[in-house]
Design a protein around this ligand. Structure first.
Ligand code: NIG
Ligand code: FE
Length: 421
């Protein structure tokens, strides 16, 4: 089956010349093409051709994209999308002065979502999650990472991973499960930290690896969560089971998480709001992606990660929502992009690199997706504008009008007319 994406106003190919990531100054080059069309063969990108050559092509389907902008399908590389309950009450407390850490210490925070998840059935969690995934797809997301981490015992962590794997079967986008058993200590193990670490190492990680429930292991290294030492024990076990690792680190305190993670060649280290200037070199020329989450800083009214310094020091930087009920109850990609521009001083082009090829790299899938290059999956986000700047400029507005995943149109925005109102 040959399809032709005909005559878009702009194509941002993000061409990496086979490198499959963009580092430092390369992030500024999105490879903008005009006067071109894209040929798709089955599920893959075949070729990008000048419009003048399209009459030689015999396509089974022509999709006219006149006056639209084509991006690689967006890659959302850090979410906690499968959760139950609401933490609106905590958000209200934050507005009147409590901090995220105060709330966590008083038994709220992650533990309150843990209780809601433990009390929810597999079916209930599925149903809550489906709506959220559709919301992401409508914004151009064609690859979505989802973490466990709100079960915090054997049964509930496996329930979460089973939900994520079921969603992966149901939806046409790629859904990538990450095991985050090391999110925080559940109340029953508060005075037996070693006991919980042992449960992760001896039971959960082997079971997850044997049953292919997740290929990567995440953790939270923080004063209120895991120590660097505990993280290293957990990551060793994960690596012994051929899992790749990634870490939530330097969110509130720099306690050595970054240094511990780096011993394990992590796919990414995420958050980095309090990353010290002298620690930036860990990302310079490294294959580890710095995943920045400006929605968290906004939602917690907190400082932003040093994106400019990371990029200027030749790092691979990605962006994500961190969508979760506590620290970033935000699913809006346009808002995240706008925050990255205004609050972290990233250029529009760097932001687009960060939400496509570099976020794919953070998930270890950038050889298959994240840029418009022949041989990659035909994954596209198509926007209803003729200038890509509008996507970041139009804060909070969803300009995505069509989503193509592996060659199939999986979403098309319904035509809105005044008569509908
Ligand atoms: O990425 N930092 C730790 N974990 C999540 C928050 C989870 C929650 O508050 O429910 C995060 O910010
Ligand atoms: Fe997170």
């Amino acid at each position: 089956m040959i399809k032709l994406l005909y005559n878009p106003a702009q194509i941002l190919t993000l061409n990496t010349k086979g490198k499959n990531f963009k580092r430092g100054a390369e992030m500024n080059d999105v490879n903008l093409l005009t006067g071109h069309s894209i040929l798709i063969k089955d599920n893959l990108i075949k070729e990008i051709i000048p419009n003048s050559e399209t009459d030689k092509v015999s396509a089974d389907e022509i999709i006219d994209l006149t006056d639209k902008v084509v991006f690689p399908g967006l890659v959302e590389c850090h979410t906690h999308l499968v959760f139950a309950g609401s933490r609106a009450n905590e958000f209200k407390m934050k507005v009147t002065g409590s901090t995220y850490e105060d709330i966590a210490k008083s038994g709220g925070g992650i533990v309150s979502t843990m209780n809601a998840v433990r009390n929810s059935s597999y079916e209930e969690l599925l149903e809550l999650s489906r709506r959220r995934i559709i919301d992401f797809i409508k914004q151009g997301i064609t690859t979505l990472e989802i973490k466990s981490g709100y079960g915090l015992n054997f049964e509930s962590e496996i329930k979460l991973l089973n939900v994520i794997n079921q969603l992966k079967k149901e939806f046409p986008i790629d859904i990538i499960p990450t095991f985050l058993g090391a999110h925080t200590f559940p109340p029953e193990f508060i005075s037996d930290r070693q006991g919980y670490v042992k449960l992760l190492i001896d039971k959960l990680i082997p079971f997850i690896a044997e049953n292919n429930l997740s290929a990567s292991c995440d953790g939270f290294c923080e004063a209120t969560a895991f120590t660097p030492n505990e993280i290293e024990g957990i990551f060793s076990a994960a690596q012994n089971h051929q899992m790749r690792v990634k870490l939530h680190s330097e969110q509130f305190n720099a306690i050595g998480g970054l240094q511990s993670a780096m011993k394990f060649n992590p796919l990414s280290v995420d958050h980095l709001e309090v990353l010290k200037y002298e620690d930036i070199h860990h990302f310079t020329n490294s294959e580890t992606v710095a995943v920045l989450l400006p929605g968290v800083s906004y939602f917690l009214n907190y400082q932003f990660a040093p994106a400019r310094e990371l990029i200027d020091k030749n790092s691979i930087v990605a962006l994500a929502t961190d969508f979760n009920p506590g620290s970033s109850h935000i699913q809006n990609i346009s808002l995240i992009m706008n925050l990255a521009a205004l609050k972290m001083k990233m250029t529009f082009e760097e932001i687009i690199s960060a939400y496509t090829i570099n976020s794919a790299k953070a998930l270890n899938i950038s050889e298959q997706t994240g840029s418009i290059e022949p041989g990659k999956f035909a994954d596209f986000a198509i926007f209803d504008t003729n200038d890509y700047s509008d996507i970041i400029y139009s804060v909070g507005t969803n300009l995505c009008s069509m989503v193509i995943k592996k060659g199939n149109t999986i979403y098309k925005k319904p035509m809105e007319t005044y008569e509908n109102y």
